[in-house]
Design a protein around this ligand. Structure first.
Ligand code: 3HC
Ligand code: NAI
Length: 692
């Protein structure tokens, strides 16, 4: 039983006890149900208090049970809530820390609710692609009002309990000892009859049709790839227009339909994948971590400035080091400007602005940074420069300081070898703009200490990044995969596509940006430099020459006003370029390829399966630890559509046998060798298994 029962005086106390967040799995529901029965049968008991042990009242339904028989096994959450609401003795919910989803719905089924200040109150189901399915959409509007409830349900955002004090959600706020306060409250209301039920509260909301229509339009435009937000609006609308029982039924049907959608499955995969990424198989969770109370950054360029902002945003003082005053001033001015822009948009108060700017200092002396707990190097991407910096860091940094490199392509083990403390060296590969992008690839060198890895992983959470561990290889997880994706994009041009067709096809399935628009944004010269290296290193690896021809035309992308597309001054919109299209068609002719019509399906399959196959190699080589890590990299760093759950989840959804069959078909075209399935992919497909 994941709920305990005890009697204090004449009050029965049922305590949810299912760590870490008292999820309402089958055992917990049974525990509550049985406890309630006991309380009703005991004539000495006059009232019931229900609360949660540990760090939550309840985080809601147990998401791990979804789509399993346990989710629908009796007593369901509906049954439990109906029993609480129908109990002939008063039931008081004592809410603290977290009351979310089914947890809040459980509290709404009680006759009374008392709460500690600072508890996070939310119906966050929408973030999992579903909606509150245990009466939340019908009961919350009755206690906090239709508009507040709609906002909470559609956004899923938590509100602190004290913000909702004064609404009918809470009968009393309790400072200090919650249980003592709840028991005192229970004693006070023990004889009150009839018992109040949220379902009986009348909703008076004139003009609701116009309001809900407006809400539907707004939500529809914002959440076009997800069905849940619109359904949330429909259900809250039902709380106004339907009788309570009918509204409940309407909500139930919508919930059951949504829980089966691929969008919801993808969002749940994301929820668990993000948490799983922080678990490193050979690094126990209780590994001692080094304290990180201060940081230093070497280099105040594009990346250094953004990285420094992450620390300041998390309240950690940070010193940025440059070699020249001019570069330092420029870097610090950019940081200030970024914060000013955020403030202008109303997203930062003057006080927070001052706090953050004051946490960032500049220096040109290594003496000023020697006591930092972590130093992150973000200087030019040249081994010689990295060598100078790491030798210097080895000399000056205090013992135990973490020495991190933001290198995107260089061998971290070589960098670590420039020091006498390779166990302290780690890669922290941020993505541009570093203060915005969620992804942080944490690169584990051959000698990186486990405590250094654990500390950096914990730090990534503190600075609000999704940390994913990668082994050392060229490109780490994300860029190594993207190289294969780009190669396919190039081959598609040679065979019959134009850049806009490729971009549109992949954007239609939800990618934030197709490969050619992405190239124009990042700078086509970057890929060109990498390819030049590749031509020397791997002469047998084939690339389309179209991207080189484009660069030879000086078309580096937005920064030169022209790339795969034309750009107008002050306008980032891409316009198809006749010149580029002519170049593409001519190139096919020059290499003797007869252009053909390529379907959008082929484009999508070839681009996505190129990612999937490379990821299978990464898994085999142990560079990526698990398939969900690859998905997290692509969802948080590469604009892969969230509702499709990442490349590996997508491949699982398509079916790996289908993926392999498609690859076999493409292998019969040009570049057959490209489409040889990685052994892991071939094995899983043959065994009828999935990556995730
Ligand atoms: N079900 C199952 N497991 C859950 C869970 C849930 N509802 N909520 C959290 N967990 C697990 C996490 O997976 C994690 O497990 P792990 O240690 O094995 O990785 C562990 O609890 C701790 O989670 P966090 O790392 O997120 O802990 P935090 O303290 O940072 O946050 C939280 C706690 C705010 C509760 C956060 O976990 C959260 O937002 N959880 C999701 C809440 C939610 O979406 N609830 C709605 C569920 S759906 C529902 O109720 C349907 C109903 O309407 C019928
Ligand atoms: P940048 O050229 O914008 O900035 C580098 C800064 O380092 C310059 O301000 C320069 O003055 C300074 N610098 C150079 N040598 C120095 C030294 N010895 N001591 C102190 N400062 C020195 O470069 P950017 O783009 O910020 O890249 C930095 C690192 O981050 C590189 O390793 C790069 O590969 C990596 N990276 C870059 C990404 C990007 O999108 N720009 C993304 C991810 C990683």
């Amino acid at each position: 039983m994941s709920a305990s029962y005890e009697v204090k005086g004449n009050v029965a106390v049922i305590t949810l006890n299912n760590p870490p967040v008292n999820g309402l799995g089958h055992a917990t529901r049974s525990g509550i149900f049985d406890g309630l029965k006991k309380a009703m049968a005991d004539t000495a008991v006059k009232a019931v208090v229900i609360t949660g042990a540990g760090k939550a009242f309840s985080g809601g339904a147990d998401i791990k049970e979804f789509n399993s028989p346990k989710a629908t096994a009796e007593p369901t959450l509906h049954t439990v809530i109906a029993a609480l609401e129908g109990a002939e003795k008063p039931v008081v919910a004592a809410v603290h820390s977290v009351a979310m989803g089914g947890g809040l719905e459980l509290a709404l089924g009680c006759h009374y609710r008392v709460a500690s200040p600072g508890a996070q109150i939310a119906l966050p189901e929408v973030k999992l692609g579903i909606l509150p399915g245990a009466g939340g959409t019908q009961r919350l509007p009755r206690v906090v009002g239709v508009e507040t409830a709609l906002n909470m349900i559609v956004s899923g955002t938590p509100a602190p309990s004290e913000k909702l004090a004064g609404t009918r959600l809470f009968d009393q706020m309790i400072e200090g000892d919650l249980m003592a306060g709840a028991l005192a409250f229970a004693a006070k209301i023990a004889d009150t009859r009839p018992l109040p039920k949220v379902r009986d509260i009348k909703i008076d909301y004139p003009n609701h049709e116009a309001f809900f229509q407006f809400a539907r339009n707004t939500v529809g435009a914002m959440a076009k790839n997800f069905p849940a937000p619109k359904k949330c609006v429909d259900c809250v609308a039902a709380s106004v227009s339907m009788k309570f029982e009918d509204g409940l039924k309407f909500e139930r049907e919508a919930f059951l339909a949504l829980v089966q959608t691929s969008e919801s499955k993808a969002l749940r995969h994301f929820f668990f994948g993000e948490r799983a990424a922080s678990k490193i198989p050979d690094v126990p969770e209780d590994t001692a971590k080094r304290p990180i109370k201060s940081a230093a950054i070497i280099g105040a360029g594009t990346m250094g400035g953004g990285i420094a902002m992450n620390f300041a945003n998390a309240g950690i003082p940070v010193i940025v080091l440059e070699m020249k005053q001019e570069a330092l001033d420029k870097g610090l001015a950019t940081i200030r400007k970024n914060y000013e822009n955020t403030m202008k948009k109303g997203k930062l108060t003057q006080q927070k602005f001052d706090e953050r700017v004051n946490l960032i200092k500049g220096t040109m002396s290594y003496d000023d940074i020697k006591d930092a707990d972590i130093v992150i190097e973000a200087v030019f991407e040249e081994m010689g420069v990295k060598e100078t910096v790491f030798k210097k860091l080895d000399e000056v940094m205090k013992p135990g300081a973490i020495l991190a490199s933001n290198t995107s392509t260089l061998d971290l083990n070589k960098i670590a070898a420039f020091t006498k403390r390779p166990q302290d060296v780690i890669g922290t590969h941020f993505f541009s703009p570093a203060n915005v992008m969620k992804l942080l690839e944490i690169v584990r060198g051959a000698k990186t200490g486990k405590d250094v890895l654990a500390t950096t992983m914990a730090l990534s959470k503190k600075i609000k990044k999704t940390g994913v561990v990668s082994g050392v290889c060229d490109g780490f997880i994300g860029n190594r995969m993207v190289e294969q994706y780009s190669r396919q994009a190039g081959f598609l041009l040679e065979e019959g596509c134009l850049s806009e067709q490729v971009d549109k096809a992949i954007e239609k399935i939800g990618f934030a940006m197709g490969p050619f628009r992405m190239g124009d944004l990042a700078g086509n010269d970057i890929g060109w430099a990498i390819r030049k290296r590749r031509y020397a290193e791997r002469p047998n690896m084939k690339y389309s020459k179209t991207a080189d021809l484009l660069c030879e035309m000086g078309r580096y992308g937005q920064k030169t006003g022209a790339g795969w597309y034309d750009y107008k001054p002050g306008d980032r919109k891409p316009y198809p370029s006749q010149l580029v299209n002519d170049m593409i068609v001519k190139h096919s002719k020059d290499i003797g390829v007869e252009r053909r019509k390529v379907s959008d399906q082929e484009i999508v399959e070839r681009l996505v399966y190129a990612l999937v196959n490379e990821a299978a190699y990464l898994l085999e080589e142990g560079i990526a630890q698990k398939a969900s890590d690859v998905d997290m990299v692509y969802l948080t760093g590469y604009g892969f559509p969230l509702h499709r759950g990442g490349p590996m989840f997508y491949a699982d959804t398509v079916g790996l046998l289908n993926v392999v069959s498609a690859m076999e078909k493409y292998a019969r075209g040009r570049h057959g060798e490209f489409w040889k399935p990685a052994p892991l992919l071939a094995k899983l497909a043959a065994e009828g298994k999935t990556f995730n």
